[in-house]
Design a protein around this ligand. Structure first.
Ligand code: MEV
Length: 302
């Protein structure tokens, strides 16, 4: 049996705008998904999980298939999944489970696979299942750390930052990324002269945030601006806003939706009093995760 694990992620800046070519900043968080792979005596792929993963594990199946295509060999597999964060919550579980499945499967089959190829194959899995995806989630879960994503060039650069104490609040409602991305597209088609400048401005916020992060400054104000712009794109929900405002009131320097929205998660930057901010989100019925940055991406567990 081989076990691989990969971290979840938060998008700190630039979700949705990244789909239209603007840069984004995403960070791996210290919560991982574990995928164990064992050979079976027959050709089938059997998958089990400690968490419910929506729709019959499409990412895990596509990841195994893409690995077989890459290596030019195929086996029956028993795949089991364990997660330290809720799947389908906007924390990058799809990319993490895909990349960990690829690494574990390749390793079981004796194939060599470098990180660059892992990230590319993970991106292929997301595109095959979702129809469209940026390189954000697959890059972050592969490489770890804080990444500046340049989607037009399909390049992800590591940024060196100071410590980034975060609190993530999950609404318990898994938003469908595909659906929410589609809705933003419809809004953009209806009012391009209004929506394109919003998307461009999100890109400007991301560029400003990159500089602040590199200077180890306070990104809170820029997160709050980004939240307002995501609201303008219609991806907010009442509950997400409640958590965002509660987090700010409890001392977060900034808070915003993270990921696709429409449910899912918010993230707060909390240099002081992480427990207090987590408590404020829990008091509203949210699942609060105190999180930090994970420097290590996908890896084989020994
Ligand atoms: C989802 O985590 C982030 C989006 O920008 C979609 C994507 O980048 O593929 C909404």
């Amino acid at each position: 049996m081989v076990t691989a694990s990969a971290p979840g992620k938060v998008i700190l800046f630039g979700e949705h705008a990244v789909v239209y070519g603007e840069p984004a900043i995403a960070a791996a968080i210290d919560k991982r998904i574990f995928v164990s792979v064992e050979e079976r005596s027959n050709e089938s792929i059997e998958i089990s999980s400690t968490h419910e993963l929506r729709d019959g594990y499409p990412y895990v199946k596509a990841a195994a298939e893409i690995t077989f295509e890459y290596l030019g060999s195929r086996r029956g597999l028993d795949i089991s999944i364990d997660a330290e964060f809720p799947p389908a919550s906007g924390l990058g579980s799809s990319a993490a489970v895909s990349v960990a499945t690829i690494l574990a499967t390749a390793s079981l089959l004796g194939g060599e696979i470098g990180k660059k190829d892992l990230a590319q194959l993970g991106h292929q899995v997301e595109k095959r299942v979702q129809g469209a995806a940026s390189i954000t989630d697959s890059s972050v879960t592969t490489f770890g750390g804080v990444l500046f994503i340049k989607p037009r060039l399909e390049v992800a650069e590591k940024i060196t930052t100071g410590s980034l104490p975060l609190v993530v609040g999950y609404t318990g409602v898994g938003g469908s990324t595909k659906e929410v991305v589609k809705n933003v597209g419809v809004l953009r088609d209806s009012y391009p002269e209004v929506v394109d400048p919003i998307i461009h401005t999100i890109g400007q916020v991301t560029l400003a945030a990159k500089k602040v992060l590199q200077e180890e400054g306070d990104i809170g104000g820029l997160m709050n601006i980004n939240h307002g712009l995501l609201e303008a794109l219609g991806v907010g929900t009442e509950r997400l806003s409640q958590y965002v405002y509660a987090a700010r009131k409890a001392g977060a320097f900034g808070a915003k939706i993270t990921g696709a929205g429409g449910g899912g998660c918010m993230v707060a930057y909390v240099p002081q009093n992480q427990e207090g901010v987590a408590g404020a989100i829990s008091d509203l019925g949210g699942l609060a995760l105190v999180a930090g940055i994970e420097e290590e991406g996908v890896r084989i567990e020994r």
